[in-house]
Ligand binder design. Sequence first.
Ligand SMILES: Cc1cc2nc3c(=O)[nH]c(=O)nc-3n(C[C@H](O)[C@H](O)[C@H](O)COP(=O)(O)OP(=O)(O)OC[C@H]3O[C@@H](n4cnc5c(N)ncnc54)[C@H](O)[C@@H]3O)c2cc1C
Length: 395
Amino acid sequence: MIVGAGQAGGRAAEALRAAGHRGPLTLLGEERHPPYERPQLSKAILLDDVAAPAFMRPDADWPALGIDLVVGAAAVDGDLGQRRVGLADGREYAFDKLLIATGTRPRRLEPLEEGPLPVLYLRDLDDALVLRCALAPGRRVVLIGGGVIGLEVAAAAVGRGCTVTVVEAAPRLMPHVGSASLSRFMDELHRDRGVAIRCGVTAMGQTSGGVDLSDGSSVAADIVLIGVGVEPALGLARALGLGDGQGIGVDATGATAADGIYAAGDVALQWSRCHGRALRLENWANAQNQAIATARTMAGEAMSYDVPSWFWSDQFDANVQVVGDPGAGEEFVRGDPASGRFAVLSLAGDEIVGGITVNGARDMAVLRRLVAAGKRIALSDWQNPAYDLRQSLKA
Ligand SMILES: Cc1cc2nc3c(=O)[nH]c(=O)nc-3n(C[C@H](O)[C@H](O)[C@H](O)COP(=O)(O)OP(=O)(O)OC[C@H]3O[C@@H](n4cnc5c(N)ncnc54)[C@H](O)[C@@H]3O)c2cc1C
């Protein structure tokens, strides 16, 4: 059984069948939709009035694969000894093995929710459809949080003719990536497109006039969107006696501390070599690939997942990709950020712990392989624009 019919749950269900699991397979999802791709919710779905959701598979595929997909099914209760989970509506399901892939929920800022302005969050398809309607031309939109979600929504809102302000408590945008070069680039990119950026201030509350900030100023607003990170969805895990506040701890096979119980995707707390600690990786590639590896373990294969974190973000005409943990080392830039295309290498000693590309997908393909293989690259080569990065893979 799999609980959570998102990226990880959907891909794990397919992978279980592909790995030869022939027994019953139930996929429980709290949302009313079958599994779909979440990244487009802050991109194509917002930018394009007629963009349709990207469902993982046509509806008919799930039963054809022998997967009993139950939507609108929130698992709220469970019993490890009796090997069962219970739904909010009282139904019960038995399992032999269980994969928890319940993802995350937006971190709420409750004081900001109180007041006359509509306050939105963006996590699921229904949120995105509401937000798309709200982003009407001329609307003044205040985005709380200058991370990936806030900035992608900022770009989409500008595209829809809104007036946009981003409020970020940290001194710079995309602070969690840990790269001063990337933060500077993002700041310029957004300001050039007309986004007002307020870093180093906190949103305190709202009035009919707008959002009040910690420096005593206020920003006029018609809508507020909060994108200040996420929290793991741990309701079922807690009912089963698993998961601390950080997530559900798993080993490299996806197994939790409880026999026959696994976790995958955003909710799984796993060791990351680049970060040097256990953490939840909140990105599409991890949700898909760690879930597939875990499903294969569940089907009896000896799998071990140790792939550096990688994610992308699209904002205006910039495609940003990040591998590993750029904040863990000293950064060295290749190329000229003013050209709109550059890369960042992050070194701790001579170990590559992270990398970033902006509009440089080919360079990222090399960086991902360098980080994964623990290879080295001479700084003189990295900083030489004539050097073909692919050469470094041969060393
Ligand atoms: C707007 C947006 C844009 C993104 N863009 C990018 C991007 O550009 N690049 C990138 O790398 N990553 C991106 N991500 C992150 C990526 O989509 C996530 O990392 C990925 O979806 C995580 O997959 P998951 O299956 O672990 O969790 P989710 O996709 O969140 O799926 C979990 C599912 O479990 C359900 N669930 C929760 N609790 C229960 C329960 N008790 N019972 C039943 N069901 C339950 C939830 O309703 C949800 O449907 C984006 C995320 C969002 C929200």
